[in-house]
Design a protein around this ligand. Structure first.
Ligand SMILES: *[C@@H]1O[C@H](CO)[C@@H](O)[C@H](O)[C@H]1NC(C)=O
Ligand SMILES: *[C@@H]1O[C@H](CO)[C@@H](O)[C@H](O)[C@H]1NC(C)=O
Ligand SMILES: *[C@@H]1O[C@H](CO)[C@@H](O)[C@H](O)[C@H]1NC(C)=O
Ligand SMILES: *[C@@H]1O[C@H](CO)[C@@H](O)[C@H](O)[C@H]1NC(C)=O
Length: 412
């Protein structure tokens, strides 16, 4: 290469460099946005979360598999959705695509606007709060603290007891002490960030049950087996319907204020011909966003006699939740390919575990329910080889592809 062409090459490279710098600067000026393409997009006036239904039912069926699940189950898909949406805000690339698809989100800007709109609903039926606890040694991009100023809080995760206390305290306050412990210090070992949702609901029945009419009555766990339960009784006008698609009777029990209702889907008692599925299981198998919407669309006001047990239940899920989310398609965030670069440009963190806890109490006056979801992130560990147990070794000659020496070390 002669001097002239060398100079040209140099100039060319410099121009490339200058234009790259210019481009970067322009991008910085044109789009000062942090989490989405427009972090200040106007929130919708009437936020609609109807699009979450496929996620809620899909997750329910992964956690409570029709045909094989037994016993009681209770959870809040919306609480889990909220915690994962926080993670979604921090994600990029394929990690973000997977979350977006499974959580049924349109795009980051719309999601952020809807998220903020729901947060600001003053008459919302559910008390909801979200936090992103960040370790003192994990600097998030500064702009994240502005966009999610209420959520982001610093926490010293090296002090696991204090960190667990802080998270449990937040959950306990939001859930009016219905959930006082969702994480243990052991859960937080190695954690550097946690996304947390806590939710609390209390509704009084629009038409309460009379305590005096509650009495011991049979509840059939199978056609031939029953236990005695405290059965509540009521005779009044309610919206009811029959769904032949689901094989169930549907009842709506509205709460005061009529902003929320409990829906009960009672499978037909006619046992199926083969003894392998119960009526409940066959209804659950047929439960889809489509069949559920159709079933709820046909209710009419009628006088009905209602008998329903008082009940209480509590459920904590951990490993099962991670497995269910992975089967639904949220995979990268749990692996070394996790891309959380919107929060952490160094791309050092991955979602290690998710914990969910939910409680409910249903009685004559109404219902009280609470839920909490915690997803905690750890730093990707460097690949480690700790030779603290017996191992094989040999010395190899690269030129002749030949083992020169060979041995086993097992006895210090
Ligand atoms: C972002 O949204 C706001 C409100 O909807 C709008 O005024 C603004 O022009 C948008 N900015 C960009 C960069 O699109
Ligand atoms: C966090 O806690 C560790 C362990 O107690 C302590 O050594 C460290 O100084 C703390 N860091 C900050 C920033 O407070
Ligand atoms: C179902 O159960 C009944 C009684 O337990 C039994 O007589 C019948 O053969 C069973 N049917 C099938 C298809 O297994
Ligand atoms: C020996 O060969 C392998 C590949 O054939 C190469 O990666 C390695 O660097 C070589 N080792 C040395 C010490 O040259």
């Amino acid at each position: 290469m002669n001097n002239n062409s060398f100079t040209l090459l140099l100039v060319h490279r410099m121009l490339n460099f200058v234009s790259a710098v210019l481009l970067l600067t322009l991008v910085g000026v044109v789009s000062p946005q942090c989490i989405t393409t427009n972090d200040t997009q106007s929130p919708p006036l009437h936020p609609d979360l109807g699009h979450i239904l496929p996620f809620s039912l899909g997750l329910f069926k992964e956690l409570y598999v029709p045909g094989s699940a037994t016993g009681n189950f209770f959870f809040s898909p919306f609480s889990i959705w909220n915690a994962l949406v926080l993670a979604y805000f921090g994600s990029a690339g394929r990690t973000r695509e997977q979350l977006q698809r499974v959580l049924n989100l349109k795009n980051p800007a719309d999601t952020l606007a809807t998220y903020k709109a729901v947060d600001r609903l003053s008459d919302y039926v559910i008390d909801l709060a979200n936090r992103i606890y960040v370790d003192v040694n994990l600097p998030l991009r500064d702009c994240v603290n502005h966009v999610l100023s209420e959520e982001v809080q610093l926490l010293n995760f090296s002090q696991v007891n204090e960190a667990a206390n802080k998270i449990n305290q937040f959950v306990s306050e939001t859930t009016r002490s219905k959930i006082t412990q969702v994480v243990t210090p052991l859960d937080l070992e190695n954690a550097v960030m946690a996304v947390v949702n806590a939710a609390y609901f209390k509704g009084l029945w629009l038409t309460p049950f009379k305590t005096s009419l509650t009495s011991k009555d049979k509840f059939f766990t199978s056609p031939n087996q029953h236990t005695l339960v405290d059965m509540m009784n009521l005779n009044d006008y309610f919206k009811v319907g029959i769904s032949s698609e689901l094989g169930a009777t549907v009842l709506e029990l509205p709460y005061k204020g009529e902003a929320a209702s409990m829906f009960v889907l009672l499978p037909d008692s006619a046992a199926t011909d083969d003894n392998t599925t119960t009526p409940l299981d066959s209804m659950l198998t047929r439960l889809t966003p489509y069949t559920l919407r159709a079933a709820l669309a046909t209710l009419t006001n009628q006088e009905v006699v209602i008998k329903i047990p008082k009940f209480e239940m509590e459920k904590r899920i951990k490993k099962e939740l991670k497995g269910a989310l992975q089967r639904l398609g949220i995979r990268d965030i749990f692996s070394n390919s996790a891309d959380m670069s919107i929060f952490d440009p160094s791309r050092q963190i991955i979602l290690e575990e998710t914990i969910h806890k939910a409680v409910i109490e249903v009685n004559e006056e109404g219902s009280e329910a609470a839920a909490a979801t915690v997803g905690f992130f750890i730093k990707i560990l460097p690949f480690r080889i700790i030779c603290n147990r017996p191992f094989l070794f040999f010395i190899h000659d690269n030129h002749t592809h030949n083992i020169l020496f060979m041995g086993v070390y097992r006895q210090p």
